[in-house]
Design a protein around this ligand. Structure first.
Ligand SMILES: [Zn+2]
Length: 79
């Protein structure tokens, strides 16, 4: 009876060590939380409206919300 308890304890310790060493597969790999890519916001030089860079119209000296403001701004500068 003594041996049975000893064997049970040894088996228990071995099982415990194995479960401790085993990497927890249940846990999903830690992925860095990447927020949805936010587009850079730019400001129209003429009216100051904010818009994503992809929608902005590049012009001399900056970006604009549209062709009209780009023309207006560039003609104001008298270039
Ligand atoms: Zn504008």
């Amino acid at each position: 009876m003594k041996y049975l308890i000893l064997i049970a304890v040894v088996l228990g310790v071995l099982w415990l060590m194995r479960s401790l060493r085993k990497p927890s597969a249940a846990e999903p790999p830690q992925k860095p939380a990447t927020p949805p890519k936010q587009e850079e916001m730019v400001t129209c030089l003429q009216c100051g409206v904010h818009m994503p860079r992809s929608e902005a119209l590049p012009g001399r000296g900056g970006v604009f919300c549209g062709e009209a403001h780009r023309t207006a701004f560039e003609s104001n500068r008298g270039d």
